[in-house]
Design a protein. Structure first.
Ligand SMILES: [Zn+2]
Ligand SMILES: [Zn+2]
Length: 149
């Protein structure tokens, strides 16, 4: 008797002969999720750790293509700044992407610092208390929140 193939996402037995790891429903759901993640990257320039986990369910070819699309879009829009580079580096690290193999020029290493991360979460980088985005000084510890330009 042939072994039943089960969807690795929901565990349901896959009845068709596709030999895909996911059932049709989960496959569609994941594809949608993939599009949402791509939009988040391109529009909001954000990539959450949970989104990286979702992307890990895809083939490396899909991820490489995503990387190329995102890189091209940032470049075309003249948005290849630190915020974009942080995302590209996140993808690179999570998926061991080699930009040279993708025919891209080397991407400068820019990592999100602890300070960036806390500020993004509306937390003071020093005392970690909750603050508002428009504060220039932390009301709790006096930490300078806005860098002088
Ligand atoms: Zn499923
Ligand atoms: Zn503080």
């Amino acid at each position: 008797m042939a072994e039943l193939e089960k969807c690795i996402e929901c565990g349901k037995v896959i009845k068709d002969e596709s030999h895909a790891p996911y059932c049709k429903k989960c496959d569609e759901k994941l594809d949608k999720h993939f599009d949402t993640i791509e939009d988040n990257i391109l529009i909001f320039r954000e990539l959450l750790d949970s989104e990286i986990e979702t992307l890990k369910k895809f083939e490396s070819e899909d991820i490489n293509d995503l990387f190329k699309r995102v890189h091209k879009k940032f470049k075309d829009d003249n948005k290849l700044d630190n915020q974009s580079l942080i995302i590209l580096n996140k993808l690179k690290d999570a998926f061991k992407i080699d930009e040279k193999k993708l025919g891209l020029s080397p991407i400068p290493v820019v990592k999100e610092t602890r300070e960036d991360r806390l500020l993004k979460n509306n937390q003071c980088p020093d005392c970690e208390k909750e603050i508002q985005k428009d504060f220039s000084l932390c009301p709790y510890c006096g930490f300078k929140l806005k860098k002088d330009k």
